[in-house]
Design a protein around this ligand. Structure first.
Ligand code: ZN
Length: 307
């Protein structure tokens, strides 16, 4: 298993950097070769969230030293958004589609990331969703409301589909998330004639096992990718940040829809990844999201392997 870190510089930025003028990098990409497959993370940009979106339900006195350790500033959080692309020689599989052009101005940069990686939308053979939140699914349609990856088979967990497709969800979901429900339903309706469902424990595609990791959303899925004896867990938002989610995975997080269920899922998933010494990709984890997990008693640490 080998990891390549590279920073893709583009256009004027590249020549400025070459001239030593310190242009910032455009898109960092981390690649991992394992078995016959190649995994790559692609940046969709980042989100801007009020800190309480995650920390709201947490005990402030115990939270403070964790935020200090991880140097998390007060106020807005700006988590990365990292999509996973897997190429196994036959298939080009994209996990999630990013936020698209209408969610937040700092996100929805996948088109540029694909360009930089020299991947055309029609090269993608399969799109597999972890869940139907805006930053994961709104990018599935182009500005004309047609599927952006128009040659791809689209796949989603059945429970996740059922929840967001249900017309009652927009009324039953917390009012702060009404836009999530409206936005998801519109995208799912556009895909409904051409979507494939899977369930917990199913092999979605050869070497890709779905794990029901419920709580963040009702039907959230993680994916265990296997090639030979090696494996990587694509966790989506089941492990949603590199600080409190690792330091205190058992705490309720404001970002999860069913907070106790999501906490139980996080504890179990981290235990499995650490025990099996797998690599993982987290959608909102730093440095491209690829790394390993170190255990220290009941707490964990994310060890980034990205750029
Ligand atoms: Zn997310």
């Amino acid at each position: 298993m080998t990891i390549t870190r590279r920073t893709i510089l583009q256009g004027a930025g590249a020549s400025l950097a070459l001239a030593g003028l310190g242009a910032r990098s455009a898109w960092a990409s981390t690649e991992l070769n394992f078995g016959n497959a190649k995994l790559q993370t692609l940046s969709d940009g980042h989100l801007s969230l009020p800190a309480d979106f995650i920390f709201g339900p947490m005990p402030k006195d115990k939270l403070a030293p964790i935020l200090e350790t991880y140097k998390i500033p007060e106020g807005a959080l700006t988590p990365e958004c990292n999509l996973t692309l897997l190429r196994d020689g036959e298939r080009v599989i994209l996990f999630d589609t990013g936020a698209g052009s209408t969610f937040q101005p700092s996100a929805g940069k996948l088109t540029e990331a694909l360009d930089a990686a020299e991947i055309a939308p029609e090269d993608v053979t399969h799109v597999v969703f972890t869940h139907a939140h805006p930053d994961h699914i709104w990018g599935v349609l182009d500005d004309f409301d047609d599927p952006f990856f128009y040659e791809a088979e689209h796949m989603i967990g059945k429970a996740e589909w059922d929840y967001w497709y249900d017309p009652a969800t927009v009324d039953s979901i917390d009012s702060s998330r009404t836009a999530f429900a409206v936005g998801a339903k519109r995208r799912l309706e556009a895909l409904e004639d051409a979507i494939t469902f899977f369930d917990d424990g199913e092999e979605v595609l050869p070497g890709i096992m779905a794990h029901g990791t419920y709580g963040h959303t009702p039907g959230h899925m993680a994916f265990e990718l296997r090639s030979g004896s090696e494996s990587v867990m694509v966790v989506g938002d089941a492990i949603g940040n590199h600080h409190v989610a690792f330091a205190r995975p058992d705490w309720n997080s404001g970002s999860d829809q069913d907070q106790p269920m999501a906490a139980a899922t996080r504890v179990k998933l981290l235990d499995q990844i650490a025990h099996d010494q797998m690599r993982m990709v987290g959608f909102h984890l730093p440095g491209g999201g690829l790394g390993r997990v170190e255990r220290d008693g009941d707490t964990y640490r994310f060890v980034s392997e990205g750029a």
